[in-house]
Design a protein around this ligand. Structure first.
Ligand code: NAG
Ligand code: NAG
Ligand code: NAG
Ligand code: NAG
Ligand code: NAG
Ligand code: NAG
Ligand code: NAG
Length: 388
């Protein structure tokens, strides 16, 4: 009993508190203006995951990144109408927000369809301007026929996920150091969080709180989205959300030390080092589990492009709410608006420490952001080149 009680006390220490907080809408990506504030041509060839795709420029994106006028929903997809000969790559989309968001932000991602299917590897994630120095938050990510979402952080060495939180799911890898390649992963357990079942269920909403007290991710299937989310317009109250799906608390990861202001990234790659891992691919989709070209040869160059009929995002909106008066900043963490950056929190975040844009990392760096995977990618490319 005593042990149980002290464990409870310990878990309360790490409890993600429920103080009322008022986050104000600072940016909305939706409808006809969705694509206005995204960068399309950060990369052409996908050298961050080793995927078999070319990312299109904005000028060439009209058939792959558009707004469905009938539903007002955003479509971001893989080319599923072109024949792709062997040794060529299929067109896809990778976009990143022009804006960077400071600590103190809550993002809401409302989706009705997430790409899935053999070889398909989609993600919605965030990154700082230097990788991995300024951190990465993987909110939505999965491959092939995974039925459930997976969350992760990628950081420099010294940031860890801990099991001592009230989150619904616990980390399977606790070291967020990018050289692990996988980051500190937390697998989702809530059903219908990925793939066909997510789509059948009407989709759902992810909320990510980027706070000095930690990084917290919630997921709700469509019928469980709380009223505070469905009715949020100019402001957002997160106090009744309950335990998050994943909690990365500041006691084991000092957020301002590992995370600069974050931009949101949406991409869909094919095969590459996760979806195309031969053993994993074969287990989910069939084929030779020891042949490195299994994913690519069976799917990417496959003539029946109907394999990619489900390789698309369909989004209602992505919105950012913040406690800060100047939450949208440039890549170096300075205020993007005319006003001076706020140096103190305007209100308390739900975590222990409140929030403040005074914590923005101002380190310099190029916008380079592999997903924690490029060391392995390069290694695999060498292996592939040797085998060919
Ligand atoms: C939250 O902020 C909005 C807009 O500034 C305001 O109308 C509302 O009263 C605030 N709510 C609380 C609970 O502070
Ligand atoms: C990937 O390509 C981009 C240019 O498209 C380049 O800036 C970046 O350094 C490359 N990354 C790696 C890991 O090679
Ligand atoms: C963490 O990353 C550094 C390089 O940034 C590497 O030398 C070290 O081995 C990594 N540690 C672990 C535990 O992965
Ligand atoms: C599977 O791939 C490996 C490596 O390319 C090859 O040696 C093996 O013969 C293949 N197995 C079958 C059944 O084709
Ligand atoms: C795939 O399509 C191309 C172009 O239509 C055709 O030349 C080729 O024979 C087809 N390959 C197979 C295996 O069906
Ligand atoms: C391509 O994908 C769309 C959905 O984005 C689907 O409606 C269409 O049937 C697909 N086309 C083919 C040839 O599979
Ligand atoms: C960030 O800082 C670098 C180095 O000082 C500079 O070259 C770059 O223009 C800055 N970026 C922005 C968006 O101000």
């Amino acid at each position: 009993m005593r042990l149980a009680r002290s464990l409870t006390a310990l878990s309360l220490l790490f409890f993600h508190g429920v103080l009322a907080a008022n986050f104000t809408l600072v940016k909305e990506y939706s409808g006809g203006t969705f694509f206005d504030d995204w960068i399309f041509d950060e990369y052409s060839y996908d050298n961050t995951t080793g995927g078999s795709v070319n990312y299109v420029t904005k000028a060439n994106s009209s058939s792959l990144a558009y707004v469905n006028d009938a539903t007002n929903r955003v479509i971001i997809k893989v080319d599923n109408t072109s024949f792709v000969p062997y040794n060529f790559k299929r067109n896809s989309v990778r976009i990143a927000t022009k804006d960077f968001f400071s600590i103190g932000t809550v993002w809401l991602i409302d989706a009705v369809h997430i790409p899935f299917g053999c070889s398909v590897w989609p993600s919605i994630w965030t990154k700082g301007n230097a990788w991995p120095d300024n951190g990465e938050i993987d909110i939505i990510e999965g491959v092939n026929r995974n039925p459930l979402n997976q969350m992760a952080l990628h950081t420099n060495h010294g940031c860890f996920a801990t099991t001592k939180t009230n989150a619904l799911n616990q980390p399977t890898i606790t070291d967020c150091n990018s050289t692990d390649n996988s980051g500190c992963t937390v697998p989702e357990s809530t059903p219908n969080s990925f793939g066909q079942l997510f789509a059948n269920n009407g989709g759902g909403v992810w909320a990510t709180q980027f706070d000095v007290s930690g990084i917290f991710i919630w997921f709700w299937g469509r019928s469980h989205v709380p009223p505070s989310v469905t009715t949020a317009t100019d402001s957002l109250d997160i106090s009744s959300w309950g335990p998050p799906s994943a909690a990365y608390v500041s006691s084991s990861c000092n957020i301002p030390d590992f995370f600069g202001a974050q931009q949101i990234v949406i991409d869909i790659t094919l095969c590459g080092i996760w979806a195309g891992n031969p053993a994993l691919y074969a287990a989910q989709c069939g084929g030779n589990a020891t042949d490195p070209s299994t994913c690519v040869s069976h799917v990417v160059w496959y003539n029946g492009t109907s394999d990619y009929a489900n390789a698309y995002f369909e989004l209602n909106s992505i919105r950012a709410f913040s406690v800060n008066s100047t939450p949208v900043v440039d890549s170096n963490g300075s205020s993007a608006s005319a006003g001076a950056p706020s140096t103190s929190p305007t209100s308390s975040g739900p975590g222990s420490g409140g929030s403040g844009s005074g914590t923005i990392d101002t380190s310099e760096g190029v916008a380079l952001s592999p997903r924690g995977l490029y060391a392995a990618t390069i290694a695999l490319c060498f292996i592939a080149a040797i085998l060919m």
